[in-house]
Design a protein around this ligand. Structure first.
Ligand code: GLU
Length: 330
């Protein structure tokens, strides 16, 4: 359950009011543009704007278009990384992909100079490597496994957006180039086509802001869905995932995000942003107009306002840390 100490002045009723006020503050912001390098993404309704907070106590608070479906895109990378850690272990994962922020765009064609590995699992090169590792481990059932765990985390059966999947698969030439380089660098051990097929599919899973917030609350709740009580992710893998989201989750804005907003987060070009307040909340925004780095403009503005109002930054003086530690230091 949330403690009133670590979320100062917030009752559930105040979450609803806060989400409404953030929604009306940013509703008229039309800055940014839809992603169009995947043709299907350019068909999103640009004005859609949804906000959702899910608590580890199982409550959901929403405002605006929180039930409008969109594709999860890069937000999937955080969850597939978590699954790869669980299935193959931290050491194996680290032989294939690093945990350093790259400071470069999500689709950059760059690798660590020493190990030839992708910098981290939140950029395309790293996520395609992780997809390859899942295929290596799970074979033909890899996508069903991923979809099942994502669904467990959301607390309802999620589905694939076939049209977006086809659009990505038909046009993903840059990702294809990356996958072939990963093969040459010996970090991809299955065929590029196999890894890419899982990658394009995982990116094309349909979610709503409410789903994403619930998936975030599952991470915040040590991997167990707070509503169903079922484990979707392994506890140790959750810790590693949140750490990489904190340092690498927001494209080449990750440093600014950690500085200003200070919660682990992951962004996707479909217009979603997921933030996690460990042991407390999953927070999601959906608005498909993106800035030059690929982050949702209204999403960032909403997180700024929410973080400020609730004192969510990991190093905020109002953030009292875990109740376990506080019993030890008093
Ligand atoms: N499927 C997208 C791609 O690889 C994901 C990009 C993103 O959301 O950052 O281009």
């Amino acid at each position: 359950m949330m403690s009133s100490q670590s979320v100062p002045s917030a009752s559930p009723h105040e979450f609803d009011r806060l989400l409404e006020s953030i929604h009306s503050a940013h509703r008229d912001n039309r800055a940014g543009a839809l992603a169009d390098y995947i043709p299907e993404l350019a068909k999103a309704s640009p004005d859609d704007f949804g906000l959702a907070i899910a608590t580890v106590g199982g409550r959901l608070h929403i405002a605006g278009d929180a039930e409008v479906p969109f594709t999860i895109q890069s937000i999937s990378k955080a969850f597939t990384f978590c699954l790869a850690l669980e299935l193959t272990g931290r050491d194996t994962v680290l032989t294939r992909v690093g945990v350093e922020p790259s400071g470069d765009a999500f689709n950059a064609i760059i690798f660590d100079a020493v190990g030839k590995k992708p910098f981290n699992p939140m950029v395309n090169a790293g996520a395609i490597t992780i997809a390859g590792l899942l295929c290596e481990t799970l074979g033909a059932s890899a996508f069903d496994f991923v979809l099942d765990r994502f669904s467990q985390a959301a607390g309802r059966p999620l589905t694939l957006d076939e049209t977006v999947y086809r659009s990505e698969a038909e046009t993903g030439h840059r990702n294809r180039a990356i996958a072939h380089l990963l093969l040459a660098n010996d970090v991809l051990k299955v065929s590029p086509d196999e890894a890419l097929d899982l990658y394009f599919r995982q990116c094309s899973i349909r979610v709503t802001a409410s789903d994403l917030a619930r998936m975030g609350a599952t991470l915040a709740n040590m991997g167990e869905n707070p509503v169903t009580g079922r484990a979707a992710f392994e506890l140790r893998a959750v810790r590693n995932t949140l750490a990489v989201m904190f340092t690498c989750g927001m494209y080449d804005y990750a440093g600014n995000w950690a500085y200003d907003i200070g919660v682990p987060a992951k962004s996707g070009v479909g217009g979603g942003i997921l933030g996690v307040v460990n042991r407390q909340l999953g927070i999601a925004t959906y608005s498909p107009r993106l800035d030059a780095r690929g982050n949702s403009v209204r999403g960032i503005a909403s997180f700024e306002m929410l973080g400020e109002e609730l004192g969510l930054h990991a190093f905020d003086c109002t953030n009292m840390g875990s109740s376990f530690v506080s019993t030890l230091i008093r």
